[in-house]
Design a protein around this ligand. Structure first.
Ligand SMILES: Cc1ncc(COP(=O)(O)O)c(C=O)c1O
Length: 496
């Protein structure tokens, strides 16, 4: 896939050639791709089984940044799990079965953590597959946010995913502190721009260091798709003696992070996006080994010999867990932050999707992802099909950084005001799945595990055609949308 220098051939044949040369092309077969008919049908059972088994055309699914597609093996693994529960009941907790691919329920969390660790560049003991993203952020803040009278602020971005904002705000309130004073929101240095430069992040951290207790930032920003320089920002925070945690919702399974080597203090993520474990799947947690140590001999003077945390029995030493004692001795590492026995059903879905990552590496996936997204960008900006039709420039612009090192799979397209609704309608009718962030942004994320270059080519044709169609004739609802936005229909939408 040698398109890093830009493309010179805009034919569809070139796209299919890139697919033929793709060393990861077999991985698409691991997934159930909904057909266009599946998406349109009001029933789940009709009109045909997914994945063109009946000759139905597949949809173009570029929404793995929101909900990844279902791996074929998920239903097999879940069926195995249900069979073991049906046939073995409580014995399923402890007993291995020679014909089952799954561990006893008691160990599903360990197996999931082991499979997860390579995705985030961690040691297996630094990872726990547990809870959900927002819950894990709270658990991490309960342990890592220890405000004092002089150091009590949390630095986050002004456009953080709302759940992160609420979690931080509520943690601050929980300590009896005023969030107005304690939340430092990093905004883009150029008003109206979408992305934030590393230098601006570093200088905001420096400026607030003396009163800051914690920093929480996104690995990949959900709205713009900007991939932050985790290594550099983490090193800067540490040089000022600050703890830093990362929300990796849009980074895990997307970009090859190295959490251990980069000395990240903690991170949390969900597994329903690029990891493909299903809606609301169990999430993930990273705690660097330096914070996960347990040394009971150090338990003196009111100290417990491990990092303080909110605790539950599943975080306790497995060897004594069933002795039902009252002395909490955590498992060293991230597993010691678990609370409850995890749902084996849900963890099984995470294991099934992680098995697919074992068929490749994050490095190989990243290579394909960079090529796919660069191809998407090149077509969007230079496709002759668009060039021939644009008079006043393209009716969209890409707000994701153009530097491939500063983005993952996703490109965020800012449409001219008033186009979004009509364009989304046409895309839906054409069986193209992307997501919208109102008022004017469409997020497009070709996932290297299951998307193809030909899909990118088809998408760009359909999308550009839709933009010009909607631009040249007002469709129902456009006027209301423009009025709602209170914007000049000639101008570009503001980043909100
Ligand atoms: C960046 C980011 N943070 C937090 C969340 C909230 O995740 P959850 O509902 O799993 O807690 C999401 C959900 O999409 C997200 O994208």
């Amino acid at each position: 896939m040698s398109i890093s220098q830009g493309i010179h051939d805009y034919s569809r044949g070139y796209a299919t050639q890139l697919d033929d040369e793709d060393p990861l092309k077999q991985l698409r077969k691991e997934f159930i791709i909904p057909t266009k008919a599946d998406l349109k049908s009001k029933k789940l059972t009709s009109p045909a089984a997914s994945n063109s088994e009946s000759g139905d055309q597949n949809c173009i699914y570029f929404c793995g940044n929101s909900l990844g597609l279902q791996p074929r093996r998920t239903s097999e693994r879940i069926t195995s799990h249900l069979t073991s529960w049906a046939k073995k009941g409580v014995y399923g907790h402890f007993k291995e079965h020679v014909d089952s691919p799954l561990p006893p329920y008691l160990h599903v969390d360990d197996v999931a953590a082991e499979l997860m660790a390579p995705l985030v560049g961690a040691l297996p003991e630094e990872v726990a597959v547990m809870q959900t993203l927002t819950a894990n952020l709270h658990l991490m803040m309960a342990s890592f946010y220890r405000p004092t009278r002089s150091k009590y602020k949390i630095i986050l971005e002004g456009k953080a995913f709302p759940s992160d904002h609420y979690a931080v705000e509520s943690q601050i309130r929980h300590h009896g502190i005023d969030p107005q004073d304690a939340m430092v929101l990093i905004e883009p240095e150029i008003p109206g721009s979408a992305t934030i430069s590393t230098s601006h992040i570093l200088s905001t951290i420096t400026k607030n260091a003396s009163s800051t207790a914690l920093i929480i930032l996104p690995g990949v920003q959900y709205y713009t798709g900007q991939y932050l320089d985790i290594e550099r920002i983490t090193a800067h925070a540490h040089s000022l003696d600050l703890i830093i945690g990362w929300d990796l919702a849009h980074a895990v399974g997307n970009v090859p992070v190295q959490l251990h080597a980069w000395q990240v203090d903690f991170a949390a993520w969900c597994n329903y996006k690029y990891v493909n474990s299903g809606p609301g799947a169990i999430g993930g947690l990273f705690v660097h080994s330096k914070h996960g140590q347990v040394d009971l001999s150090a338990a003196t003077d009111g100290k417990v010999g491990f990092r303080p945390r909110l605790s539950g029995w599943w975080g306790g030493d497995k060897a004594i867990r069933f002795e039902m004692g009252n002395k909490f001795v955590p498992i060293p590492g991230a597993a010691g932050f678990q609370l409850s026995n995890p749902s084996a059903l849900d963890t099984t879905a995470v294991i099934a999707s992680l098995e697919i990552f074992k068929l490749t590496t994050m490095g190989e996936l990243r290579e394909k992802s960079v090529a796919l997204t660069k191809y998407l960008e090149d077509l969007l900006l230079h496709m002759p099909f668009a060039e021939n039709r644009k008079e006043d420039g393209l009716p969209y612009r890409i707000i994701t950084p153009s530097n491939t090192a500063e983005r993952g799979a996703q490109l965020s397209l800012l449409l001219k005001p008033g186009l979004l609704e009509g364009v989304m309608q046409i895309l839906e009718e054409a069986g193209v799945v992307v997501d919208e962030r109102r008022p004017d942004v469409i997020r497009v994320a070709p996932a290297p595990l299951y998307n193809t270059f030909a899909e990118v080519w088809d998408f760009v044709h359909i999308f550009i055609d839709a933009c010009f169609k909607v631009e040249s004739g007002p469709r129902k609802g456009d006027q209301e949308v423009i009025a709602l936005q209170g914007q000049d229909a000639q101008g570009w939408g503001q980043i909100k």
